[in-house]
Design a protein around this ligand. Structure first.
Ligand SMILES: Nc1ncnc2c1ncn2[C@@H]1O[C@H](COP(=O)(O)OP(=O)(O)OP(=O)(O)O)[C@@H](O)[C@H]1O
Ligand SMILES: [Mg+2]
Length: 253
């Protein structure tokens, strides 16, 4: 059974960067899920979904809803049609990983329907992958959406601020209140980290795996839209992520 990993934290801390770089080191096959409406994971991975002919789950769902409304959906049941679209149009199949992007909702209301599709898809595919890794949107709201309720490793990316420290407690409270479980709760310091912030994290009593080093080349790659998969493997950010995954026991040095 594949392990479920989740990258979460406050806005702009480096969640997507962590997910992208983790995909370089975790052994394949891996399934990446982008839950952020902002859809930056594909970009950091260097994938142009449009050019690849891949649609987001929300786009596919919108088409199914529209076809049903217009009576152009054919004889296939809505459920079968969604399943067909997920497999044929929404799944990006790469060399080391496959990717699903939730996308921006195109209909009124909440993300309940696309969330339910993704959470329903995970148990069906989990045995085909060694790892399923979810890149979360900023904040805590996504936890309420309960896309995964039994996480193996929850990585909380922290910036050096008292808000981030409070965020740790709030994640624990919310997950407990809504019944999300995890085997490990890991803190990861972000690229703005310093010694004082590190000490404060260690004082929380949670497992602190280290921080992701500031990497000017990574910042440059993001600015120019280059894939982070092409960063030199010994660049500061890559080396830190490798060390963090090693400490989490997910890879061997
Ligand atoms: N190790 C690093 N070195 C230098 N810059 C970094 C590093 N990690 C992240 N950044 C920069 O920080 C910014 C935010 O990173 P990222 O998009 O990964 O954060 P996020 O938490 O996913 O943001 P959001 O909340 O918007 O989803 C990016 O511009 C990225 O280039
Ligand atoms: Mg992000």
């Amino acid at each position: 059974m594949g392990k479920k990993l989740v990258s979460t934290g406050r806005g702009g801390t480096g969640k997507t960067t962590f997910t992208t770089l983790a995909s370089r080191f975790l052994p394949p096959p891996m399934f990446l899920i982008d839950l952020d409406p902002d859809q930056s994971l594909a970009e950091m991975l260097g994938i142009n979904l449009k050019n690849e002919g891949i649609r987001t789950v929300s786009e596919a769902l919108y088409d199914v809803i529209t076809a049903r409304r217009d009576g152009t959906g054919g004889t296939m049941s809505v459920q079968d049609r969604i399943e067909f679209m997920l497999n044929s149009q929404c799944l990006y199949e790469g060399r080391n990983f496959d990717l699903f992007v939730l996308g921006t909702k195109l209909t009124e209301g909440c993300y309940c329907a696309p969330d339910a599709i993704v959470s329903g898809a995970i148990p069906k595919v989990i045995n085909s992958y060694q790892y399923v890794m979810i890149d979360s949107p900023a904040g805590l709201e996504h936890l309420n959406r309960e896309v995964v309720t039994d996480i193996d490793d929850l990585f909380v990316i922290i910036d050096p601020s008292s808000k981030s420290l409070k965020h740790i407690e709030r994640i624990k409270d919310i997950t407990a209140a809504i019944g999300i479980t995890y085997n490990h709760f890991y803190l990861v310091g972000n690229f703005r980290f310093n010694e004082e912030a590190k000490k404060r994290l260690q004082d929380t009593g949670e497992i602190y795996l280290g921080n992701i080093a500031y990497d000017p080349q990574l910042a440059q790659y993001n600015l120019s839209g280059k894939s982070l998969l092409d960063l030199p493997v010994d660049s500061p950010a890559c080396a830190s992520v490798k060390e963090i995954l090693t400490k989490a026991g997910l890879i061997k040095q």
